[in-house]
Design a protein around this ligand. Sequence first.
Ligand SMILES: Nc1ncnc2c1ncn2[C@@H]1O[C@H](COP(=O)(O)OP(=O)(O)OP(=O)(O)O)[C@@H](O)[C@H]1O
Length: 886
Amino acid sequence: MSKAPSPFLVQYLEIKERHNDALLFFRMGDFYELFFEDAQIAAAALDITLTARGQHSGEPIPMAGVPFHAAEGYLARLIRLGHRVAVCEQLESPEEAKKRGYKSIVRRDVVRIVTPGTLTEDSLLDARASNILVAIGLASGGSEGGVALADVSTGRFEVFEAAPENFGEILSSLSPKELLLSESAYARPLISDMLESLKTAVTPRPAVKADKSSGERQLKDAMGVKSLDAYGGFSAAELSACALLLDYLHLTQAGEAPRLDPPKRYMSKNFMSIDPSTRTSLEIDVSAQGGRKGSLLHAIDCTITAPGARRLADNLARPLIDLDVINSRLDAVGMFVSDRDLREEVRDFLKQSADIERARMRLQLGRGGPKDLLAIASGLAAGAQAANRLRAGIAGLPVLLEEACQSLDLKLQTGLGEFSDTLSAAIHEDAPVLARDGGFVREGYDPELDEVRSLRDDSRKIIAGLQAKYAEKTGISSLKIRHNKVLGYFIDVTARNADAMQNGPHAGDFIHRQTIASAMRFTTVELGELDGRIARADGESKAREMDIFNELVTRANNLSQELRTAADAMAAIDVAAALAHWAEDVKAVRPQLDDSTRFNAVGARHPVVEAALRKEGEGFTANDCILDADGKDAPRLMMVTGPNMAGKSTYLRQNALLAILAQAGCFVPAQQFNLGLVDRVFSRVGASDDLSRGRSTFMVEMIETAAILNQAGPRAFVILDEVGRGTATYDGLAIAWAAVEHLHEKNKCRAIFATHYHELTDLAEKLSHAGNASLRAKDWQGDLVFLHDVKPGAADRSYGVQVAKLAGMPRAAVKRAEDVLLRLEGEAKKGGPKLDDLPLFAAVAEPAASFEPSAVELLLQDLDVDGMSPREALDMLYKLKLKLGS
Ligand SMILES: Nc1ncnc2c1ncn2[C@@H]1O[C@H](COP(=O)(O)OP(=O)(O)OP(=O)(O)O)[C@@H](O)[C@H]1O
């Protein structure tokens, strides 16, 4: 008969049952312990010891543990590995449990589920990136969609409508850390297909959690309102998304859902459209290697504050299409470009500020500490100084900066001003992270606290005096009064002097406490009383500090919206000043935007490639690109030819990036840039397999090209690189040809088309609004020199073999290629296979097929000459001759 499980195991199993999809961190004293399979997973993932504790059904229970004070680091690792962790705490002390009965065990429950999308701890978050949790909702049988997103670490909350077919594009612009959707939505092919290409943790939720009326109720609760009218009407799909999001926040924060900011309502059509493959290929915020380094964002990001960095990332991820808003961002950057000293002074002020946004939310969630109050204080002070400096420096600031200054002016924002003064008076500069450690409230701030503290300190002084008194009384000059956590204050004498204490004239005064090897410890009634008084005063002072802390947190929570606005304002100033700093560094200019369909870039550069070359001490060759979709003054479609490595891809991308930068409100690396607003950027650059989705390189290329030809409107900007090269020469040429014609005739948008197919360049003659440009390279004393400059007209010749040589192809193979090329060129002159029919620069290897062993050679290869009779040899000779003639 098996033993009944212990009450402790029953408690564990009951809690684990409720959190089956998470690893359970079960608090046991100073450790979080994991059991059963959780222990095995955690031991492997965290490289910690797997042991056993007790038995269940006759088997030892696997166990692993992490110390609670180091738990954050372990949590971070588990979350990065894609796990969810339910944190189960002790809700009472063992003494309290005992009061309920001798055998009672400590009450425990999950206080929080840590998931990638719901983090708030600084150590678990990337300071310079948002941590977005997104929920998508569907309505009307799946034909309508809604998106709700929150960043729990900053309080950001947005809700908007979006067509389900655009979910992929929207999600790629938001780079969420976690995505919520109903199980039924998850099962839809359109959605599951989209999710496969998304690098986000997906959490399907029961369909009932996506109920729109529950969304409405939760939204009202979250905003503390009776009606949602003030936020504009919400569609059924939006409410369904809100239901998923808010319910999940309740679940993961164990009922203590964070107070989110009022929802911002966007229209996804307010932003420039950039589909996921375009976003990836242009390496806007993530480079091809997968990190931020090497991306456009990394190249331009000179922000100083974490909220500024997050704001810039967001701006760049979602460029605008509203001329006025873009210009107001550009005005702010322009002002900072024109006044370098002012800009750098303002940036110096910003250096002293901390992350108000995240500090504010940690306080709201009850996970904050004195350091977060300090962050708010330093942030507000730095913001106010920056605003004052700006106001004093410039009369008539650009609107965006003027508004920011108003939000940061502590004389105008009286609530914030008073709070900032209070915080400066209340909190020590070297405040601890945890409030319970105490010692963070300044002297002079609170009379009651000062009184308890002086009581404590006076008692300490009396104790210091006692030491001298007892030494004199006993004649033991080495007598000391010491303190430890177990005994409190005690008299310490060496073992040698113990006798004098116990048997001397004053022996009756000293009460023995402890004997250790080298010493004996005593107390007195007087010392005991003082010790008690100090301990009480210490407890009282800590409790008073907690009260003060809680009062300040309440004040911070009441000022939540003002703090949010101040943090926003500081981010806006930081972004504008940082972009100006970058613009000056790389000599970027203000783009001129209008409603035309022009694209007029003069002396433009690729910001990322240029930065990389600069590090190597090399220069970047600037190039122009002049296009116009209406085709009047410039071609709408440009075909670009040139050898491999000449810089075609760089040229194509740099022009697409210019449009994105300009509409995100950034200056652009060019001498001049005029841009008619672009509503969509499409890029089909570079080939990559998507084998996980069963798609070959060529299939991916065709899917992306098809999407462009189907969707690009007259305001789109398209770059296409070597479309058609992934298949047989003539198929590829035919596809490329058709794509060029379609873009030119049907899409009628601005487009640049890089190709190795020489024949395509003739299309410029046939199509009225198409042109040719080429990247130059020179053969200099047998070596190939790339000039990287773009000139009108098609490329004159191939340098494929030289590029192969440069790439380190074996000398024999290069020689062979040169021979083949000479031969082909000779045949072309004789009217044989026309060189022009072949890809201009890429196909030197293909004709090698005509040099496969002939039938005669094959026969010879297989001959066993030694084993042949003279007759057989003669027969073979006849046969070979016959083959040669055939
Ligand atoms: N304008 C430029 N100025 C200086 N260097 C450049 C320029 N453009 C490109 N380069 C350099 O040339 C390298 C090759 O450029 P890129 O990949 O754009 O060539 P490509 O013509 O597209 O080649 P392929 O046809 O093989 O894809 C870049 O990595 C960069 O170092």
